[in-house]
Design a protein around this ligand. Structure first.
Ligand code: NAP
Length: 312
């Protein structure tokens, strides 16, 4: 078992985590980022971003590489691929135990992001990897000249549906209402795309197949009509839930589990901050996660300095 001690430990290596790392390390706090998978977070899977200032078009992976290089420059310690066993946010110091190591920290910044919500219909879990996917960028190429469905009406669903039209011969976008939630500019592009067919006022009731997915049972919520739609794949993009598995219940959260913070990113627990998609916030973007990371780290560093003053 390895033992480590830092002023600030950041859980999660996405844009919020890297920004927090850069600010904490520049604030002279010894800093580490721990992640259960590779660093980069959700944006690493985005084909391209057009709204991160300074980059009118950049690949998500490329942008996150730049974040990581920036964090490296200021000496942020990185621990990717950590299997987390337990997190104790209430003790002082805070303790994070992984399969191989024990980490102690004066402050913890939670930047664990969010994960895709499930439709919760029969066949969804069973066919993951065999026609059900939550990542168009990862799996889109498997659907060359095939028919796929995307579910949802937000930015993710519409953008990923358009991405899938590069491979698939037809993409159905199934939405439970007759109006999209996605940004207007995204909608306008989607409506011009000939390979996209909108299936309005409709929900998916079941995902069917043998070895692989071959159809969906769908229901029109206005008429009540139930029908079967032939598809080779389905990509649910119906929103996100926070990644809080290891510490849920130790801090104040909303009904869906998102962490409640004040404007300094402080949670209900002293010395614990939350930034980015994992917290209750009106906008979840790379830029807002990065901004949260900066704010949270500045206040985490102040907290560390206050502790050090007391103990000197
Ligand atoms: P979202 O904006 O919350 O949209 C979720 C969509 O799924 C909504 O259209 C919702 O329908 C639908 N939905 C929810 N539960 C459903 C269910 N059980 N069955 C069927 N449909 C359901 O989620 P998101 O698109 O994943 O985006 C998450 C956040 O990331 C947003 O803030 C978004 O703006 C941001 N984002 C930004 C970009 C970008 O700027 N480039 C790209 C991707 C994501 P209703 O509309 O009826 O509620």
């Amino acid at each position: 078992m390895q033992n480590y001690e830092f002023d600030t430990i950041i859980l999660g290596g996405g844009p919020g985590g890297f920004a927090a790392g850069i600010y904490a390390a520049r604030g002279a706090a010894s800093t580490a980022i721990i992640d259960i998978s590779m660093l980069g977070g959700q944006p690493s899977n985005y084909l391209e971003l057009e709204n991160y200032p300074g980059f009118s078009n950049i690949g998500g992976y490329e942008l996150m590489e730049k974040f990581e290089e920036h964090a490296d420059k200021f000496g942020v310690n990185k621990f990717p691929m950590q299997e987390i066993v337990s997190v104790d946010l209430l003790s002082n110091p805070k303790v994070i135990i992984t399969k191989d190591s024990e980490f102690k920290a004066k402050t913890v910044i939670i930047a664990t992001g969010a994960k895709p919500m499930r439709l919760g219909v029969p066949g969804e879990e069973e066919f993951i990897g065999r026609g059900v996917s939550f990542c168009a960028v990862c799996d889109g190429a498997f659907y060359k000249d095939k028919t796929v469905a995307v579910v949802g009406g937000g930015n993710s669903a519409v953008e990923e549906a358009m991405y899938l039209t590069k491979f698939a011969s037809k993409v159905y976008l199934i939405h439970r209402r007759n109006e999209l939630r996605a940004d207007k500019i995204v909608q306008e592009r989607a409506f011009k795309n000939d390979k996209l067919e909108f299936v309005w006022d409709t929900i998916v009731k079941e995902i069917k197949g043998k070895e692989l997915v071959n159809s969906l049972i769908i229901e029109n919520v206005k008429s009540g009509e139930v029908s079967e739609l032939s598809v080779n794949g389905i990509f649910p993009y119906i929103g996100i839930l926070p990644n809080v598995d290891n510490f849920s219940g130790q801090i104040a959260q909303d009904q869906k589990g998102f962490i409640i913070t004040d404007e300094t990113m402080k949670t209900s627990v002293d010395g614990v901050y939350a930034v980015g998609d994992v917290r209750v916030t009106p906008l979840r973007q790379v830029i807002t996660a990065a901004s949260d990371g900066a704010v949270g780290a500045v206040y985490a560093v102040k907290y560390v300095e206050a502790i050090k003053e007391v103990t000197v």
